[in-house]
Ligand binder design. Sequence first.
Ligand SMILES: [Zn+2]
Ligand SMILES: [Zn+2]
Length: 374
Amino acid sequence: MIKIQHLIISKNNRENSSSTRSRLFNIEPIGIGTSSVESLRSYIGRLAIGHTVRVGDLLKYEIVEKLGITEYEFYSNRSQINKFGPFTENLVSVLEELTKRTDLGYLTLRKWKNAFPNRNGIFHQHLKWCTKCLMELRDNNQDIYEPLIWTIYCINMCPKHKIELSSVCPHCCKSPKSFSPRYRPGYCPHCEKWLGEEIPFKEIVGIELERQLMLSNAVGELLSHNNVQSKTIEKEDITVSIIRIMEKATKGNNKEFAELINKSRDLIWLWKNGKRYPEFESLIDICEATNIKVVDFLLNRIEYSSVENKKIPHKKILRKKSAVERDYVQIEKQLECSFLNEYPPPSLAELKKRLNYNKIREKFPLLSGMSTLN
Ligand SMILES: [Zn+2]
Ligand SMILES: [Zn+2]
């Protein structure tokens, strides 16, 4: 466990930013140019470890002031760390100045901002991790880090091990938020224990496996191109590309195209007329159904001669879970974890307090039967 320890660097030294030596360690980011490229917050976490301080202290004493914001403002923007936009750009340039590196933007989604027209809900709100990957990193004496792909909202499976990404700490049964002052790759920010513990792994199978493989291949390929220099597609060209793809795949027929990718005709009309842009997952579906690589779409280098109509069966496209349903799944996992790990089992009142959720008995009658009376 890391103890809190302030950076032992004098103020004079701190202000000498024109020095050619880096103020913070020039740690090399992991996996640039691969589908398992590190996330920027993981890099910040490893920087803190390198300086034997907590992430919260590194931010407080070295970074937040240079960003020109308060700590509170920093944590309010935590979901922007790995993203794109002014906050991310500012953070990348401050970190690059402090480490004298020039490649930290590759640890974010900044290259693919046009792939996310909605701009919200791009990332999981909670930390997600593959227990087996963490185990392997530790067994091989490699640096423990968090790949950017684990943070993307539509990725729920480790593409390497085909198991569900975990989101509940097996020790304290909490579901850690995505980033906090005690963030440290591979460890629970609440109890600070190692997350690479052997637990029952949930293997992904069937249609869900197919869907997750398709999504993780597409996302992984994008992330492996984070560092390519070629220009990405402009927003206006997205509409042009969709029209051309539709021409090739369904001779421009809206109805047929809507059926091909299991969307409504109205939505296709909006895309075709530039009134809306496809959401990230829809873009992946369009590409999958027409034999295009998402990366080629977004780098504006589609080979229209090889566009196909692959007629993906509807059943392959799973309905997306709503935010409320995702919350249920999360609460259910935390309840299961508590009943598996605690003896005597926690009371309902205790669980309500812990999870900040009052309808446990109502929504999870079977599980709540396992709690001690209260
Ligand atoms: Zn894995
Ligand atoms: Zn924990």
